[in-house]
Write a protein that binds this ligand. Structure first.
Ligand code: ATP
Ligand code: MG
Length: 261
């Protein structure tokens, strides 16, 4: 299940500093928006505003047509889940994997009774391709890539409609990044999620996005279907970003070519 995300004229301030200026964008249901832009451009700020972790000074946001207000209902908190760069942000080190997964399930009343909760925990582990005996282990017993899988399983446990991934692979070893990304793509396909995916890596953005949004200094400078952005960016800044990438896969399949303009 998924719902569309609409952001209209959103402004976020940190004290006197305006981190997001009048931002408007739409993410259709069951599509992925890839969000890029230099450090400090406001990507995480946007993610946090959508997730309800910070409150915009101005503007309006809706998910599936329903307003996302300052105070989120339990239902709304369930609908939007986040995956962070550092999986430890969402994994309590004192809880076993069973504890981590079942906490969210029980809080949102996703399962009834121990047997059902256990069954669902096992399903979730299978979904992220971790062995069933992981349930009794603690976060420190896993590698970084495995911990990110647990964080993904936790986010999926409550069947969200919108998933926000803020640089979910950038803290991982390069060899592991690809596996986690592939898993992510597979899950998204299966669950039909609407996704806001933040990354510095244009190769990753190319792999995951339907639409690309480029931010700079708290403003949206480019917003285009992926195919158009990667072939014909509309702004000088978009061209600069792409020119900084020497080579990347451009089409589905294995063909690679240089991007030149
Ligand atoms: N809690 C805060 N208080 C004050 N300023 C903040 C706070 N969080 C972020 N900022 C500022 O807001 C701007 C946007 O920050 P944000 O974290 O959204 O950028 P970002 O695009 O996610 O960057 P990065 O790519 O480095 O993660 C930056 O100038 C940052 O210094
Ligand atoms: Mg950030």
């Amino acid at each position: 299940m998924s719902a569309d995300l609409r952001i209209e004229h959103v402004q976020v301030r940190y004290g006197g500093f305006t981190a997001l200026h009048d931002l408007t964008l739409h993410v259709p249901a069951n599509t992925t928006l890839g969000l890029v832009g230099e450090s400090g451009s406001g990507k995480s700020t946007l993610a946090r505003a959508v997730a309800g972790l910070i409150v915009p000074a101005e503007g309006r946001m809706t998910l599936g047509g329903r307003a996302l207000d300052k105070r989120r209902s339990r239902e709304q908190r369930k609908q939007i889940q986040m995956i962070f760069q550092n999986p430890d942000a969402s994994l309590n080190p004192r809880h076993s994997v069973r504890g981590i997964l079942s906490e969210a399930l029980l809080f949102h009343k996703m399962t009834r009774g121990r047997a059902q909760t256990e069954q669902r925990c096992r399903e979730l582990l299978e979904q992220v391709r971790l062995p069933a005996d992981s349930l009794d282990k603690y976060p420190h017993e896993f590698s970084g890539g495995q911990r990110q899988r647990i964080a993904i399983a936790r986010a999926l446990s409550v069947e969200p409609e919108l998933l926000i991934a803020d640089e979910p692979t950038s803290a991982l070893d390069v060899s592991v990044q690809r596996d986690v990304l592939e898993l992510f793509l597979e899950i998204r396909e299966r669950l039909k999620l609407t996704v806001l995916f933040i990354s510095h890596d244009l190769g990753v953005i190319h792999a995951v996005s339907d639409t690309v949004a480029v931010m700079r200094q708290g403003e949206l400078v480019e917003f285009a279907p992926k195919e158009r952005f990667f072939v014909r960016p509309e702004t000088e800044y978009g061209r600069e970003l792409l020119a900084a990438v020497p080579k990347m896969p451009i089409a589905a399949g294995s063909a690679e070519r240089n991007l030149t303009f």
